[in-house]
Design a protein around this ligand. Structure first.
Ligand code: FA5
Length: 350
């Protein structure tokens, strides 16, 4: 038996020496024939089972050593062989580069416009206390104004204990002012959540960007000037804005801010022949010439009080815009849900 192992060792070693270094196929055949799972060494080792205990003690270690030696011979050679050589002249494999999601592209554009106007960027938690999301923003419990936001409750209960997925970025106004004193100029980009029946323009998960300015003598005209400059920065110098009265509990007065249509340039009169036209008018502004862009208003004195800001000395304005809808306008995306579909083919277009 011992001789059988020794002669197999010699046979295997001699055969291996005769294989050309570049002949990968022959080397692989050698590996399979001698040290493979059903190779000659394995077959011979099976026969060890029929030996006496004494013989096993003597031959077992020899058999194992031969097996290891042959496997090592193959491995060592393989490491130096043709397989392991690197052809430096081959062109490298270039990994595919991704790019920012269109939502973040738009978000970054908006942020950079406001950074240019001297605003700071602040962030806050997506899971928020009911206090910050509602009460501190002058929306008391059971007030009908809460119906404006369909809320996902993480913990429903007493007001001071309730926890929600924030329905807007406005709670960060309050949080930010816990560590600041006026004058402040800040923006808050972030994800928000609403218990919406989703459709082409409504998501249950979308992005907003909030703005807050507080200083001495801030007036509605400052709000108008600031938002007008920002919208010109985003949509071109000919862009104009208009304010319509609206209601948000945390501002007084409150406005909806529209901008002149970026597609038809505010032309309401047919025959308009530019982009976005369908059946006798611009499909983006529906021939009104205006596109709804933001909610805004002068910060309510109750909210200033909750921020520990003296409303006799200071005043301010706040605004909030929906980034998803801005993305839809910027890229002509017909359905808000496409942005969250995880479809790479969709994202690659932008
Ligand atoms: C607010 O959320 C206020 N916090 C904004 C605000 C801030 C007003 C500061 C005054 C002062 P509103 O619910 O209208 O307001 O939402 C703001 C924007 O978010 C909308 O103009 C819209 O662009 C976007 N938006 C609202 N609901 C959805 C939705 N379900 N899906 C996608 N975008 C939405």
């Amino acid at each position: 038996m011992k001789d059988a192992f020794l002669s197999l060792q010699k046979e295997a070693t001699d055969t291996f020496k005769n294989i050309k270094e570049t002949d990968n196929r022959a080397r692989e055949a050698w590996r399979s024939l001698y040290v493979g799972r059903k190779g000659k060494v394995a077959l011979l080792m099976k026969q060890l089972a029929g030996l006496s205990v004494e013989e096993k003690k003597e031959i077992g270690p020899i058999a194992n050593a031969i097996k290891q030696e042959l496997m090592q011979l193959f491995k060592t050679h393989d490491a130096r062989g043709a397989n392991a050589r690197i052809d430096m002249s081959l062109p490298g494999r270039i990994p595919e580069r991704g790019h920012e999601h269109p939502l973040y592209q738009v978000m970054d554009q908006v942020i950079s416009v406001f950074l240019g106007m001297g605003f700071d960027v602040v962030e806050g938690p997506e899971i928020e206390l009911g206090y910050y999301n509602f009460s501190a923003l002058n929306i008391p419990k059971d007030h009908p104004a809460r119906d404006m936001w369909d809320t996902f409750y993480v913990r429903h209960g007493k007001e001071e204990e309730s926890v929600v997925l924030r329905t807007h970025t406005s709670p960060v106004q309050i949080r930010a002012m816990e560590h600041r004193t006026p004058p402040v100029r800040l923006i808050v980009p972030g994800r928000v959540f609403r218990h919406e029946a989703t459709d082409a323009t409504h998501g249950s998960n979308f992005f907003q960007l909030e703005g807050l300015v507080i200083d001495k003598g801030i007036r509605v005209t400052d709000l108008m000037g600031c938002l007008s400059a920002a919208m010109k920065g985003l949509y071109g110098k000919d862009t104009t804005i208009r304010l319509r009265p609206s209601y948000f509990p945390f501002v007084e007065p409150g406005f909806e801010v529209d901008i002149s249509c970026m597609m038809c340039g505010g032309s309401t009169q047919p025959p308009y022949q530019g982009g976005g036209r369908r059946d006798g008018g611009c499909s983006v502004c529906k021939r009104t010439g205006w596109v709804e862009m933001l909610g805004a208003g002068m910060v309510h004195p109750v909210v200033l009080k909750n921020m520990k800001v003296d409303s006799r000395k200071y005043s301010g304005f706040a605004f909030g815009m929906g980034i998803d809808r801005m993305m839809m306008l910027a890229y002509g995306i017909p359905d808000i849900r496409l942005g969250y579909s995880g479809d790479v083919e969709f994202v690659r277009q932008f």
